[in-house]
Write a protein that binds this ligand. Structure first.
Ligand SMILES: [Zn+2]
Length: 278
């Protein structure tokens, strides 16, 4: 709920002109970590962030705000002819729930062997997030489970025995073991994992740098390299990996940023909308 309020409260404002400069006024928008900004573009415009630039998708530039970002500003841009129009994203504090837990330290601290395994597995999957093929999807995305209640827990910050852990980077769907898990958009299976934390997982590349991840599956029905359509079954939900019970952990990374799946699934009403540059 807090997230929704945070996004609705986002307002586009004009910062005062730089004194004496010929620079046009700079636009700014308030966002929270996990949000996705949609900046309307004109034909011929390009979207840009840092050194990277790319084609708009369906007439707009999308910018994901990574869940791990600390409060501060992030600059994105729209390129038109020789001009570079910038937009400042004012990243506020994460509005998500914090969970403080006291657990048996032996269950919180990984053995050296498990730590090394998790690190190796992370390195193995990391290149998937650098894929930048042509877009294969349109928004909104389909839901990963048929008729499931809304997902929970995106961004939840866990403090285990007083020590802060990284925020929860996906949305958890309640699902009994054996529930079909579906592709949220067309794409290509980029990686099939059987990892320490995520258990059996399927990573799908939807193009434009958008990667979806379905974790803790009891069974995987696809192979790496396989093409999928929206709604195709990727496997069955389960409780593999490091989990307390059966559920589907569903994550989205867009151009490297871990974003809240609920702003892209089913509706685009919760994107942070910025009008086109006149
Ligand atoms: Zn999860």
């Amino acid at each position: 709920m807090t997230l929704r309020l945070g996004l609705l409260a986002a307002i586009v404002s004009l910062l005062p002109m730089v004194a004496g400069g010929a620079e046009p006024p700079r636009r700014a928008v308030d966002v929270v970590p996990g949000a996705v900004v949609r900046w309307d573009a004109r034909p011929g415009d390009r979207c840009a962030k840092a050194a990277e630039s790319w084609e708009p998708l369906g007439g707009a530039c999308y910018f994901g705000v990574d869940i791990r970002l600390a409060p501060g500003t992030l600059e994105v841009a729209l390129l038109r002819d020789q001009a570079r129009e910038t937009l400042l994203l004012n990243v506020g504090p994460a509005p998500y729930h914090e969970e403080r837990l006291s657990l048996d330290p032996r269950k919180v601290t990984l053995s050296k062997k498990d730590q090394e395994r998790a690190k190796r597995e992370w390195q193995e999957v990391a290149p998937v997030f650098d894929l930048r093929g042509p877009a294969r999807f349109a928004l909104p995305l389909a839901a990963p489970l048929a008729g499931a209640p809304p997902a929970r827990n995106f961004g939840t910050r866990r403090v285990l025995n007083g020590e802060a852990r990284s925020p929860h980077g996906g949305a958890d769907y309640k699902a009994a073991t054996g529930t079909p898990v579906l592709a949220v958009a067309p794409g290509r299976v980029a990686f099939v994992a059987n990892h320490f934390f995520s258990g059996r997982g399927v990573y799908v590349d939807h193009g434009d740098g958008l990667i979806s991840m379905s974790m803790h599956l009891s069974r995987v029905d696809v192979k790496a390299g396989q093409e999928v359509r929206a709604g195709d079954r990727l496997g069955l939900s389960g409780a593999t990996g490091r989990v307390s019970g059966p559920h589907l952990h569903f994550g989205l990374r867009w151009r490297g940023a871990t974003v809240d799946p609920s702003v892209l699934i089913g509706s685009t009403a919760h994107l942070v909308a910025v009008p086109a540059v006149p």
